[in-house]
Design a binder for this molecule. Structure first.
Ligand code: HEM
Length: 402
């Protein structure tokens, strides 16, 4: 392994492609880097380069170190696409800001996503999951699990929390898709961003006239934020709140169907569900293209010197397969203690919504397995439309039968 400057490294083009036939595994190039050259170079869409950090220990070191900034406007910040640059820079939210501004805004939401608060929502989430499955299965024995269960469940929950009318779901789901697609042009991203922005500004204004107990209304009522800022926070929560859990639900179902012994074990021992969800989060790591940061000082990591102003991508999916932390990590094992996974990130930006995501996923997976004992894939595995083209990995659709 080399040391010092990066001259001896051959950059890996990112996002790197997964191997055909291994849709649950990180791209072979990223896996190879973790084993052979864990802090390496990557080439981005515009020909610029950044660092790729692939090991569990190093990923946590970067994400936990204030010398690495999450502020997308800083020179050297790495973007995966031209559209991604527009998304991160045109109307920044606190996920792409540093402390103290990040902490000030995040603090306004922490009470809403505390474990205790979210655990109290279990009966409501269970009721929604049961209603959706009642509707999906009524008089039928096949359906698209994404459209009828995995996507509506977290969408309904985040709408309830924010005070966003669920009737508008087609509007915001379509905009979210455009924002998260690696194929969207900068113009498409800008338009989708503007659409959502105007929608949420309008909502903030409506809540000022007619308050309710949703998050948007309470942010407005604090009087510390203008409608633009409320809109940015609402947009972040709306997108993060449904795209992620939806894809984890569908991909988890598929991964269990592909690993029948694990599925049977979980069915036989439902008390494993909490640990199984952590293992699925680790194994599938749907935020799959690397969390972006930029160094604000020179930092030595894995024998390499990352210079101030150089970008870094922390690949969570390779960190979650790191054999030093998760022996036999390429296998799904619902009995594993996977709690050290970094699927929710690490450090000050670690996922705010993780208690909610956990409750939703535990309920979604447990309810599906319990209520549909004959659940099976309804198309050949090779035909499953994986989301290689999206910032959040998963499946575009999942035709199942029961
Ligand atoms: C941040 C993953 C569900 C809201 C993050 C980050 C990751 C992540 C990796 C860190 C980003 C970074 O450091 O650059 C996930 C996964 C989810 C999930 C895998 C589901 C399985 C949710 C839900 C919400 C949410 C349900 C709720 C509303 C947020 C917010 C941030 C965030 C607001 C920004 C936190 C900050 O910058 O301080 N998420 N997330 N996420 N997530 Fe999630």
């Amino acid at each position: 392994r080399g040391t010092g400057p990066a001259d001896d490294l051959t950059p890996l083009a990112v996002p790197a492609a997964r191997a055909a036939g291994c849709p649950f595994d990180p791209a072979p190039g990223v896996e190879r880097a973790r084993r052979e050259e864990p802090v390496t170079r990557a080439t981005l869409w515009d020909g610029s380069t950044c660092w790729l950090v692939t090991r569990h220990e190093d990923v946590r070191a970067v994400l936990g170190d204030p010398r690495f900034s999450a502020e997308a406007a800083r020179p050297g910040f790495p973007f995966l696409t031209a559209g991604g640059r527009v998304l991160a820079t045109s109307k920044p939210t606190f996920i792409r800001q540093d402390d103290p501004e990040h902490a000030r805004l995040r603090r306004m939401l922490t009470a809403d996503f505390m474990v205790k608060k979210v655990e109290a929502m279990r009966p409501e989430v269970q009721r929604l999951a049961d209603d959706l499955l009642d509707r999906m299965t009524a008089g039928r024995d096949a359906a698209d699990l994404v459209a009828e269960f995995a996507l509506p469940l977290p969408s309904l929950v985040i709408c309830l929390l924010l005070g966003v009318p669920y009737d508008d779901h087609a509007f915001f789901q379509e905009r979210s898709r455009l924002l998260l697609s690696l194929r969207s042009t900068p113009e498409e991203v800008r338009t989708a961003q503007d659409d959502l922005h105007h929608y949420l500004c309008g909502l903030a204004e409506a809540k000022r006239r007619e308050p309710d107990d949703g998050i948007v209304s309470r942010l407005v009522a604090r009087g510390e934020l203008d409608d633009e800022e409320v809109s940015s926070m609402g947009r972040l929560l709306l997108i993060a709140g449904h795209e992620t859990t939806a894809n984890m639900t569908a991909l988890s179902t598929l991964a269990l169907l592909r690993n029948p012994a694990q599925l049977e074990r979980l069915r036989a021992e439902p008390s494993l569900i909490k640990g199984a969800v952590e293992e699925l989060l680790r194994y599938l790591t749907i935020v799959h293209n690397g969390l972006p940061r930029v160094a604000t000082e020179d930092v030595t990591l894995g024998g390499r010197t990352i210079r101030a102003g150089e970008g870094v991508l922390c690949t969570l999916n390779s960190a979650n397969r790191d054999e030093d932390v998760f022996p036999g990590g390429d296998a799904l094992d619902v009995g594993r203690d996977a709690r050290r996974h970094v699927a929710f990130g690490f450090g000050v930006h670690q996922c705010l919504g993780q208690p909610l995501a956990r409750v939703e996923l535990q309920i979604a997976v447990e309810t599906l397995l319990r209520r549909l004992p004959g659940l099976r894939l309804d198309i050949p595995f090779e035909d499953v439309p994986f989301r290689h083209d999206m910032g959040i990995y998963g499946v575009h659709a999942l035709p199942v039968a029961w």
